[in-house]
Design a protein around this ligand. Structure first.
Ligand code: UD1
Ligand code: CA
Length: 450
């Protein structure tokens, strides 16, 4: 039986921000959201988030996550004081309390599970997750005796110079037998440099207590300032990239690439430099993305190439070429073996298989058949200043360079639009349509003028 408490009431002064620290975003998710997600697989009996600084804002941000209980700590007098707020809520509770800091976002679920297991197997009164850090500055130092029995935790600010040399630190993850902790909590003292009630003092007032070292110290990095936030992002990215490279994806100049956690990549995908894959993007086998591309919440089929382009909320089918410099602005579906080329913008548009729009076009609210050729500079005039209108183009139709299609409009199959035409009326199948002034030549005009 385990109840989880997440400490999220602090302001995070060192962030120098109006936003509460735990709401700062790390790779698209807030710090506290990451901590909550890391305990999900444990299926805790209750999840209590301790909020205080800008509590309403923190609660609102967490609304989408079900089954959270919020406990308010109206003044922030330290981590021990924060846990004191649980006393009325956990009266009579007989199980364990797992405490996590809301600003330690990279912990793996497996690590927490393993930690909890050790706590329960040894029937400890308290277990503390620790690590030996090359640079322990800022963390509480953990002191154990020769038998690895925890003796005290001294905060960085309270350390003497020799104590500060100790590289074993407190990760801010604890498990307590609640019945033991609830007796200690009311008696915590604030006899320290920060005049705070430290949860770390409670740890040493129960027995038996055990310190457990984490395997990978990168997991327990606490975020106190923007430098640490940036460092955590790098660690997160390194994890994601390693996973995909091991799964058969090539990353060229991987430091210049960013990939969100939700992205899915198939083997033999190649990601070129300066490319960013965001949200729920899926890229199928053999596709080559980049250099210089941004793909968000989109599905890219097999053997597609995308160069120097932006694709948002769209689908691109197999064997299609996108770019350079194309913008699929949302709700775009490009069929198989298509080409969307230089300086082409598509919005809410569906291109049938084998369709090409190679240069300088805008297609909005448009549906094309198969093997259509959109000439250079073809523009759909889809907006009349009030409403958006649709353009429908049949199979094998070709628009000449610099045509304007004034929507709502339908061009049939096998239509030819003469270059420079402005089309305002529907065109039936198999027709040539010309909508421009006939060229007039006045021979000898220059001589007459003189
Ligand atoms: C804390 C630990 C330190 C440990 C480090 C690990 C204590 C006394 N120290 O230090 O030993 O090495 O975490 O990252 O616990 N919070 C509240 N209410 C408060 C104060 C803080 O909810 O009154 C929350 C904060 O929002 C934060 C967490 O508790 O999520 C930790 O607080 P912080 O001030 O960052 O503690 P550290 O100095 O990092
Ligand atoms: Ca901290």
């Amino acid at each position: 039986m385990v109840v989880v408490a997440i400490l999220a009431a602090g302001r995070g002064t060192r962030m120098k921000s109006n936003l509460p620290k735990v709401l700062h975003s790390l790779g698209g998710k807030s710090l506290v959201e990451r901590v909550i997600q890391s305990v999900e697989p444990l299926q805790p009996e209750r999840q209590m988030v301790i909020v205080g600084y800008q509590a309403a804002l923190v609660k609102t941000a967490l609304v989408p996550i079900p089954d959270l209980e919020f406990v308010e700590q109206t003044v922030q007098l330290g981590t021990g004081h924060a846990i004191q707020q649980l006393l009325p809520h956990l009266e009579g509770y007989k199980g364990d309390l797992l405490v996590l800091n809301g600003d330690v976002p990279l912990l793996r679920s497996e690590t927490i599970k393993h930690f909890l297991q050790i706590h329960q197997e040894n029937q400890n009164a308290a277990t503390v997750l620790t690590a030996k850090l090359p640079n322990p500055k800022g963390y509480g130092r953990v002191f154990c005796d020769d038998n690895n029995v925890l003796q005290q935790i001294v905060e960085d600010k309270d350390c003497t110079a020799p104590q500060r040399e100790n590289q074993r630190i407190n990760a801010g993850v604890y498990c307590f037998r609640w019945q033991d902790l609830e007796k200690i909590l009311p008696h915590l003292q604030a006899n320290n440099a920060q005049k705070e009630y430290y949860l770390t003092d409670a740890v040493t007032q129960v027995t038996p207590v055990m310190a457990v070292d984490v395997e990978d110290f990168q997991e327990i990095g606490g975020i106190n300032d923007r430098l640490q936030l940036s460092g955590a992002y790098d660690i997160l990215q390194a994890r994601i990239k390693e996973k995909w490279m091991k799964a058969g994806v090539t990353l060229i100049d991987s430091a210049s690439i960013t990939i969100d956690e939700a992205v899915e990549l198939e083997p033999d995908v190649i990601i070129e430099p300066q490319t960013h894959l965001r949200g729920n993007t899926v890229i199928k086998a053999g596709s080559r993305i980049g250099p210089g591309s941004l793909i968000e919440n989109s599905l890219i089929g097999e053997n597609v190439t995308v160069r120097y382009s932006v694709i948002d909320h769209s689908v691109v089918q197999n064997e299609t070429q996108i770019g350079p410099y194309a913008h699929l602005r949302g709700h775009v579906e490009v069929g198989e073996k298509c080409r969307v080329g230089n300086f082409v913008e598509l919005k809410n548009t569906k291109l049938g298989n084998g369709t090409k729009t190679a240069h300088l076009s805008y297609l909005g609210d448009t549906t094309t058949g198969t093997k259509v050729n959109i000439g250079a500079g073809t523009i759909t005039a889809n907006y009349d200043g009030v409403n958006k209108h649709k353009t429908i183009i049949g199979n094998n139709t070709k628009t000449g360079s610099n045509s304007v299609l004034v929507a709502p409009i339908t061009l049939g199959n096998d239509v030819y639009v003469a270059a420079g035409s402005t089309i305002t009326d529907n065109v039936p199948d198999n027709s040539l349509v010309i909508a421009r002034q006939r060229q007039v030549i006045k021979e000898g005009w220059e001589m007459k003028k003189k």
